[in-house]
Design a protein around this ligand. Structure first.
Ligand SMILES: Cc1cc2nc3c(=O)[nH]c(=O)nc-3n(C[C@H](O)[C@H](O)[C@H](O)COP(=O)(O)OP(=O)(O)OC[C@H]3O[C@@H](n4cnc5c(N)ncnc54)[C@H](O)[C@@H]3O)c2cc1C
Length: 389
């Protein structure tokens, strides 16, 4: 028996088996998987409605497979197919076909569809309510305290708050102090036609950015930069955008005549790229960005969020203890994560930046191999192991 206790100590008994903190990709995916298996699940999401999030909005082949299995039809949501990846640095650009099917879809549309599917399969969704603290009672019950003082309790909790840490569950700091921006543009018709079905990765000192079409005939420019490089642009978006275009004329070409669709870009800081969670407490399954944060250029974060959610749900259903699940997940993710970090360091190196597009022109296979190796495709590697109680 699980209970909700309100701040005035009025107890409202409910039958929850699992509490899910955070209703983004990972939280919704886990909630749907568990509810479909008949579990009573409450999901707490701090935003009252889906909103734009800083994300390149690239959906890899694995992400598309997982979304399909969850009942999400990205095509009907307007997802744009992506067949090519183009790499641009300095004055050079190179293109290669992607070795897997891919698409792009705004996070607003994706998150809305996932929450709706959760509700449809019986997840109790509490929106517009933020978890302030997560702790455990002496009898091993998880307690999530919300901003209005309500306390939700359950024997099992899934931590899926993405880039936001709860006070008692903080991930390590991001030493590079990354800052990320997302801005939508309506491109000039000729540039929109050039970008059709392509995801373009642009390299510049201190970071990289991607531009690709999303539904509604618009383009998403999503970029990351180390704070010390942003400081050189006076911490101002306008200056940074101008500097990116100066360093990468390909971007200047794409944005010529483009209309920005927000007054200001959406921004986030503190992105602990390369983080892979080592341990967790019993009964707390950590998923999505709370489990691992892959460098953004791979376009694989959503896939990892879906994958970790699926594996954690399977582990819970098989009575595999959370610490064992988390250790297995870590060893399954570590190789891809380190390779992606190594590649990200390469993108940030001025010599590599200058040479890469030229190399790719003569050997586009490099891009295909890199794309494949930085995928997290270890579907069987985290098969749950029940532990006798
Ligand atoms: C610059 C950048 C570009 C990226 N581009 C791509 C890309 O193109 N393709 C790709 O696959 N991945 C990309 N990613 C990664 C991807 O966005 C994340 O890996 C993915 O969103 C993680 O999913 P999640 O469910 O863990 O977190 P989220 O989707 O962020 O969901 C977390 C949810 O928890 C909620 N929440 C947070 N705190 C609380 C709280 N206290 N109480 C209640 N709710 C809370 C939030 O409101 C949010 O809805 C990118 C990341 C960055 C930084």
């Amino acid at each position: 028996m699980i209970s909700i206790r309100t701040s005035n100590l009025h107890r409202i008994p409910v039958q929850n088996e699992v509490l899910i903190l955070g209703g983004g990709v990972a939280g919704c995916a886990a909630a749907i998987a568990l509810a479909r298996k008949g579990k009573s699940v409450t999901l707490i999401e701090r935003e009252p409605a889906p909103r734009h999030k800083v994300c390149g909005e690239f959906l890899s082949g694995e992400a598309l497979e997982d979304l399909h299995a969850l009942g999400i039809d990205v095509t009907s949501l307007g997802a744009v197919p992506i067949d090519y990846v183009r790499l641009a640095a300095a004055r050079r650009a190179a293109e290669a076909p992607l070795p897997f099917p891919a698409a792009s879809l705004t996070r607003k549309a994706l998150d809305a569809a996932l929450i709706a599917e959760g509700i449809a399969v019986g997840v109790r969704v509490e929106r517009g309510r933020s978890v302030q603290a997560l702790g455990r009672t002496a009898s091993n019950v998880w307690q999530a305290t919300l901003d209005d003082g309500t306390v939700y309790e359950a024997p099992t909790a899934f931590l899926a708050t993405g880039k936001h840490d709860l006070r008692s569950h903080v991930r390590p700091k991001d030493p590079q102090r990354w800052v990320a921006f997302k801005m939508y543009f309506r491109l000039a018709p000729a540039q929109a036609a050039e970008l059709e079905r392509a995801s373009e990765l642009m390299l510049y000192p201190g970071g990289y950015g991607g531009i690709q079409p999303v539904e509604g005939g618009i383009a998403n420019l999503c970029c990351v930069v180390q704070q010390r490089h942003l400081a050189r642009a006076g911490h101002r978006w306008e200056n940074f955008l101008a500097k990116m275009q100066q360093d990468c004329p390909h971007l200047a070409m794409r944005l010529a005549g483009a209309e920005p669709l927000f007054a200001r870009p959406i921004a986030i800081t503190h992105i602990p790229y390369g983080y892979v969670r080592r341990t967790t407490e019993d009964g707390l399954y950590c998923i999505g960005d709370q489990a691992a944060v892959i460098p953004s250029f791979t376009g694989d974060g959503i896939s990892i969020a879906l994958h970790t959610a699926r594996c954690a749900a399977a582990a819970y259903l098989a009575a595999e203890p959370a610490p064992l699940f988390q250790a297995k997940l870590r060893s399954a993710l570590l190789a891809q994560m380190r390779l992606a970090e190594f590649a990200a360091d390469g993108l940030n190196n001025s010599l590599a930046r200058a040479a890469l597009p030229f190399c790719l022109r003569v050997w586009p296979g490099v891009m295909r191999v890199t794309a494949s190796l930085t995928r997290v495709a270890q579907h069987a590697a985290v098969a749950p192991q029940a532990v006798a109680s």
